[in-house]
Design a protein. Structure first.
Length: 443
């Protein structure tokens, strides 16, 4: 027990040093990462009806209370959405009640660590992308394969449903965000960028688009860069790699580095050429918004949740590039505590969170795409500018086909190496060195 507790403590303390899902876009998590905390209990009313089968559960019976922890501030919009989902479940399972707690990202992993190790953790809880593998390795996530209905496999995008796969088992369900490229429509129009050029199908299409979206003054000085990238961000790296390799991945199934491939060398050399041309700027780590929103750049890789701020800065002038190449799929996971005394009910409630009815609630109340074929039209009706966001979901994939317990430790050195390349280091030799460091940490 001591060894297990120490390992979890160290893993989650390291995780606390990074953002919930990795870097950059993870700042746009399922709730705003402030210091607020909201805790309240909602109970399903006890019914007198005879036991009735509902999704493998009974609608009445011994009282069960499910303790749910979500990371974030629990602002009114998110609170309302999740309570609507859980209330609907309790209405059908009248012996079930729940306690929903929102905990700020800054405190979340410390409290989750304490709860899981001490046996007082939640029954159902959220994990950032980078923490899924480490918590699963310590045995605190329940395999969900036997709980996921067959219709989910038919309706959900496969890349999303299988995101938390380890040794063929699914240990969490993803509330996803993809990474499309957003661009300034007004700048595109002024620079005579055609609709065909907004549909990128090859790396050369992308490079040309960056060049055409760069704005110069009469003296040839850049006024607005064609693209902003995060110089120490694996998200930008992965999207660039996906332009050369449709099966892009950062690590192999055995967790060894996969990012030192010939395609990766082409990808980083290609973007560095644009940096050298002066068409690309680096994201300022002290900036409070992305480069498109603050007017520094015409295009940026970002989560779709960032569109609201971008459109507020340039109303009606923000579009989504149609990208036929692979881009990133990321997000936060919902998992069931394998040591919960009520894990069967918690698993059933988790599956309900990802039902079509629940997906519709998420889309309508918090604008989160449910990633179901059956809800595409409803999502587009609410977000008419997001046809190419859905297109990106269908062309996105996670960093690897399996999770790793050492994500936080491994990615730190990777980020440093990527920035070193962008600032002038030889791509091939630096990627080789990064891979050696990565693989050395696995031993």
């Amino acid at each position: 027990m001591k060894k297990r507790s120490w390992m979890l403590c160290m893993g989650l303390v390291l995780a606390l040093l990074l953002s919930a899902c990795g870097k950059s876009g993870e700042k746009n998590s399922t709730a705003n990462p402030d210091s607020g905390k909201k805790e309240e209990q909602t109970k399903g009313e006890q019914g007198d009806e005879e036991d009735e089968e509902q999704d493998g559960q009974t609608s009445s019976g011994d009282p069960v209370k499910i303790n749910i922890w979500l990371a974030g501030s629990g602002d009114a919009t998110y609170d309302e959405a999740y309570r609507a989902i859980f209330d609907a479940y309790c209405a059908e399972h009248t012996n079930v009640s729940y306690e929903l707690t929102f905990i700020s990202w800054g405190d979340y992993f410390t409290k989750l660590n304490t709860g899981l190790v001490g046996g007082a953790g939640p029954d159902l809880y959220m994990l950032g992308y980078g923490q899924m593998g480490s918590v699963q390795a310590l045995g605190y996530t329940l395999a969900l394969n036997d709980y996921i209905p067959e219709e989910y496999h038919e309706n959900y995008y496969e890349n999303i449903l299988n995101a938390a796969t380890i040794d063929g088992k699914i240990y969490g369900l993803l509330e996803p965000a993809t990474r499309p490229y957003f661009y300034r429509k007004d700048i595109a129009a002024a620079n005579q960028v055609t609709e065909e050029e907004i549909n990128i199908k090859t790396p050369e299409d992308f490079y040309n688009l960056v060049r055409k979206l760069t704005v110069y003054d009469e003296n040839g000085k850049v006024v607005t860069y064609g693209l902003e990238i995060d110089p120490d961000g694996e998200q930008d790296f992965f999207a660039l790699l996906g332009m050369y390799d449709e099966d892009a991945r950062l690590w192999n199934d055995d967790i060894t580095a996969a990012f030192d491939s010939p395609e990766a060398i082409q990808a980083v050399e290609g973007i560095r050429a644009l940096v050298d041309e002066g068409c690309v700027c680096f994201r300022d780590p002290s900036a409070t918004s992305d480069g498109l929103t603050n007017g520094v750049a015409s295009m940026v890789l970002f989560a779709e949740t960032g569109y609201v701020n971008m459109d507020a800065a340039f109303p009606g002038n923000v579009g989504v590039v149609k990208n036929d190449m692979t881009t990133l799929l990321i997000g936060n996971f919902l998992a069931v505590n394998s040591e919960s005394k009520n894990k069967e009910t918690a698993a059933d409630m988790l599956i309900h969170m990802f039902s079509e009815d629940s997906g519709r609630i998420k889309q309508e109340k918090i604008g989160q795409f449910a990633s179901m074929y059956s809800l595409e039209d409803a999502y587009l009706e609410a977000n008419p500018n997001f046809e190419n966001v859905i297109h990106s979901y269908q062309h996105s994939r996670t960093y690897s086909d399996t999770m790793t317990a050492q994500y936080t430790e491994l990615i730190t050195g990777f980020r440093t190496g990527f920035e070193t390349i962008l600032r002038g280091a030889d791509a091939a030799s630096e990627l080789e060195s990064m891979a050696e460091t990565w693989n050395g940490l696995l031993q």
